[in-house]
Design a protein around this ligand. Structure first.
Ligand code: GLY
Length: 363
């Protein structure tokens, strides 16, 4: 398969997203061709490096990688501080570049280190999970969690390049893979009827067998959607907000379970169900479309249970979401398959009813 190039033309920077099955073994030559800084510091996790270090080592040019723990519970400022230590130890200067090899958490933290070290150095993302390949590696969102909530500290810092190699996905656990598929479902429900229909036909083959022939067009389509949205709205002032479908409640589910129960995509999956029920309760979403989404979502696999969460904890956490602007909650609600609207007038009673209808709380 030949290399696919998708361009992101964000206001602050234009850059390519390369998608191809054999990028991992040729990172150095791709980065060289793209003019990425020759002094490179790789940031990855011990787990990813054990699995892929041999292949990815070509990006290193002989330097020791900075390995930090991944996982949402490690996504905090202390871990970023360890990345700064690694950059100092590698004598990184303003002409150096970070190569982030890992899932969404590594990308977010390495991206944040790149945004802030010496007031900003280059970063290239090499995402190794489905979630990172289709979503988080593209678009320049970087940051860490605080105990009070998810991604509360961060910066927009667009990468110099994103290199997407689906062969990394072969080593993902079934659970991790499915967590990424939920973000694919997000794109389908939020912005693409054709992707939704494709997934209705192929989700089983993709989820169970990860057939490259079925998976690659899906990854490519998601990258194209994301690139188009970021090109139009780099800093989430408008259309980019549709990508938060499922995230308002999803982030709250992650926070109240202290990032220990759900993978990010799983919490978003529950959050998307809440949004579908909310939209239906407000008379904006046909029950047939709501149920079609539910069937597709549960067809991917079983989600971790959720019904034991305390209502007050969930409502408080939703109220603390960073999408609250001037005290008003932003909710992305579907109005059909592939179409969403953004509303700011959701009441606590409506939200509670939707959480109950989605099975997330008891009353
Ligand atoms: N993950 C949503 C965004 O990048 O805007």
């Amino acid at each position: 398969m030949s290399l696919i190039r998708i361009d992101v033309a964000a206001g602050s920077r234009s850059y390519p997203v390369l998608v191809g099955p054999d990028l991992a073994g040729r990172l150095k030559s791709h980065l060289d061709d793209l003019g990425f800084p020759a002094h490179r510091v790789v940031v990855s996790s011990p787990h990813v490096w054990r699995l892929h270090g041999d292949r990815a080592a070509s990006a290193l040019a002989g330097r020791t990688p900075v390995l930090v723990r991944d996982g949402e519970r490690s996504k905090h400022l202390r871990t970023v501080s360890r990345i700064y230590d690694g950059l100092i130890a590698a004598a990184a200067d303003r002409g150096s570049g970070i190569v982030a090899i890992g899932g969404g958490v590594i990308g977010d933290m390495a991206g944040f280190a790149a945004a802030t070290y010496l007031r900003g150095i280059a970063v290239a993302h090499v995402p190794t999970t489905l979630l990172a390949q289709v979503d988080s590696a593209i678009g320049g969102k970087t940051g860490v969690n605080l105990p009070q909530g998810k991604n509360l500290v961060g910066a927009f810092h667009q990468p110099a390049a994103v290199l997407v190699d689906p062969s990394f996905l072969a080593t993902l656990s079934g659970r991790e893979f499915r967590a990424g598929l939920y973000e694919v479902l997000k794109y389908a429900m939020a912005s693409s009827l054709s992707l939704f229909e494709h997934l209705q036909k192929n989700a089983d083959t993709i989820a169970r067998h990860r057939h490259a022939a079925a998976l690659l067009p899906v990854i490519e389509q998601c990258c194209r959607i994301k690139a188009g949205i970021v090109t139009e709205d780099e800093r989430e002032q408008g259309v980019r907000r549709v990508l938060n479908f499922g995230h308002t409640a999803g982030h709250a589910f992650e926070a109240v379970t202290r990032y220990a129960r759900f993978r990010h995509g799983e919490a978003v999956a529950w959050g998307m169900l809440v949004a579908c029920h909310l939209a239906h309760l407000r008379g904006r979403l046909d029950p047939g479309d709501r149920d079609a989404f539910g069937r597709l979502l549960f067809g991917v696999g079983t989600l971790p249970t959720i019904g034991d969460l305390r209502t007050s904890d969930v409502l408080d956490a939703i109220g603390r979401d960073k999408k609250v602007v001037e005290g008003r909650l932003n909710f992305v609600l579907p109005v059909g398959i592939g179409r969403v609207e953004i509303v700011q007038d959701v009441t606590t009673d409506e939200l509670r009813a939707a959480l109950v209808a989605a099975g997330c709380i008891n009353s």
